[in-house]
Design a protein around this ligand. Structure first.
Ligand code: G3P
Ligand code: CA
Length: 247
């Protein structure tokens, strides 16, 4: 098997623990830890002044009290918006964290992470190189090494170029017959896909080829059980506490 020592667990907190706390915030990562997960997943964008920030959408509108594009905003402006109150008033005061802040907290909490590169259109190269540079210099050495993933193939190519020693995972919404050549071309360690279009046969094929297979976003224990039965290595979940009892 390839990479049998990959330390990723079977349950990974999605964007922290997105059903329990505002996604991609420090409070969200603390909530994930409190729920018992050992790894979280989060998304990285780049600000206009070149700072890596942890947020899912290209726009800040859905997850903050502001409006506009992350990629057109300085970190100072982005940090002036609240990223917690939209979820629940008890989370008011959370801001969009920098990657440095998240790494510090993960180090404190002892959480591993899948770092998803989520470049704004046109910022694929810069987002990948800036993120990999930070992971190289500042990832807490006492944590398991991070796994970097992306739907954006160019970003993964750049990640490989910038830091080939940091493991990569290819994200596909739906796995097509090209999965193997795509994975091999960037020497990816894992394959990640949406669970809804996955078939048992495809899961078997991927696992038989020796690749760990991770599915998003699995929020029902019964479905997670079924996927584990197909050989799926792990799932990303907004409700990791509902899946953890299975493992
Ligand atoms: O990395 C798995 C999953 O997070 C991918 O989808 O849209 O939630 O980033 P999304
Ligand atoms: Ca993600």
């Amino acid at each position: 098997m390839r990479q049998p020592q990959l330390p990723m667990p079977k349950v990974i907190g999605h964007r922290g623990a997105a059903s329990h706390a505002p996604e991609n915030t420090l409070a969200g990562f603390r909530a994930a830890k409190a729920l018992g997960v050992s790894w979280v997943e989060f998304d990285v964008h780049l600000t206009v002044d070149g700072r890596c920030v942890v947020i899912h959408d290209d726009l800040i509108d859905r997850t903050t009290d502001g409006q506009g594009e992350v990629g057109q905003m300085t970190l100072e402006e982005l940090s002036s918006y609240d990223a917690g109150a939209w979820f629940d008033p008890s989370f008011a005061g959370e801001t969009v964290p920098t990657l440095e802040e998240v790494m510090d907290l993960l180090g404190e909490l002892g959480l591993g992470a899948n770092v998803e590169l989520k470049p704004s259109p046109g910022a694929e190269d810069e987002t990948a190189t800036a993120t990999m540079a930070l992971l190289r210099t500042s990832w807490p050495t006492h944590l398991p090494p991070p796994l970097v993933s992306s739907f954006d193939y160019r970003s993964l190519e750049m990640a490989q170029q910038a830091a080939p020693e940091i493991a990569r995972g290819l994200l596909l919404e739906t796995v097509t017959d090209e999965w193997r050549s795509l994975v091999e071309a960037i020497d990816a360690t894992t394959l990640h896909c949406g669970h809804t279009a996955l078939t048992p046969a495809r899961a078997k094929e991927i696992r038989a080829a020796g690749y760990p297979l991770f599915c998003y976003t699995v929020n029902h224990a019964g479905r997670a059980q079924e996927l584990f039965g197909w050989g799926v290595s792990g799932v990303f979940s907004d409700v990791p506490d509902q899946i953890l009892p299975l493992v």
